[in-house]
Design a protein around this ligand. Structure first.
Ligand SMILES: N[C@@H](CCC(=O)N[C@@H](CS)C(=O)NCC(=O)O)C(=O)O
Length: 219
């Protein structure tokens, strides 16, 4: 049965593409792009985008990524990765309930404790058009992340990976969220274990291949 990922690599679908490449999981990609990147998202000749009725039928939130696996349709990038890792099993997925608990913990920590701040850094230091950027908002977000990075740094002391001495979906989910904070280099400099782990995550061939595909897409 074909696994379908809706979204482009220049979106949070990057997380799912990375996971599928790590797991050698074949997938079909439907390149739905963000509506804000399309001049007139509802024009008849507009590319498939997050406001297209055909995509809203898949994800009524109007956000990428989404996934279809047979009858099952999911949205939320981290949930999709957790599902796919559970489906493919170890090494990316959990071997037992305790590992699953730890994988869920770091994934939810990433989504709730880190991502709301990390995205502010990306937006206000890189993404928004210059006049809309608020440097103070980026600085506040970086400050808010200092104690979170300290927690992660302490956890990674003497460890290569987040869970179970091997690279898992928890590393993909957390590293992808923290990529949004990458421009706040001071955060990584103050947390040497996070910096080492983040570098190791991004050295993986599947991450590099995902980034290659991302860079090949129109900006
Ligand atoms: N929590 C959601 C967030 C999804 C999200 O915000 N997606 C963005 C792209 S990364 C989007 O589709 N934006 C629509 C737009 O900007 O028009 C997830 O992790 O899947």
């Amino acid at each position: 049965m074909t696994l379908t990922l809706y979204g482009v690599a220049r979106s949070r679908a990057s997380r799912n593409i990375w996971l599928c490449l790590e797991a050698d999981l074949p997938f079909e990609q439907v390149p739905v792009i963000q509506a804000r990147r399309v001049k007139d998202p509802l024009a008849p000749d507009a590319p498939l985008n997050t406001r297209s009725p055909a995509f809203l039928a898949i994800n009524p939130n109007g956000l990428v990524p989404a996934m279809r696996d047979g009858e099952l349709v999911l949205f939320e990038s981290l949930a999709i990765n957790l599902y796919l890792a559970r489906k493919t099993g170890a090494p990316l997925g959990p071997k037992d309930l305790a590992e699953e608990g730890r994988i869920l913990m770091w994934s939810l920590w990433s989504a709730t404790e880190a991502e709301p701040w990390a995205i502010q850094i990306l937006m206000h230091r890189a993404y928004l058009p210059e006049p809309e950027r608020d440097p103070a908002a980026a600085t506040r977000a970086a400050q808010a992340l200092v104690p979170k990075f300290a927690v992660l740094d302490q956890h990674l002391k003497g460890r290569d990976w987040l869970v179970a001495d091997r690279f898992t979906v928890a590393d993909i989910n957390t590293a992808e969220v923290l990529r949004y904070a990458a421009l706040a280099t001071e955060l990584f400099d103050q947390a040497p274990n996070v910096k080492r782990w983040f570098k190791a995550c991004q050295a993986r061939p599947a991450f590099k291949e995902m980034m290659r595909r991302r860079e090949a897409e129109p900006a």
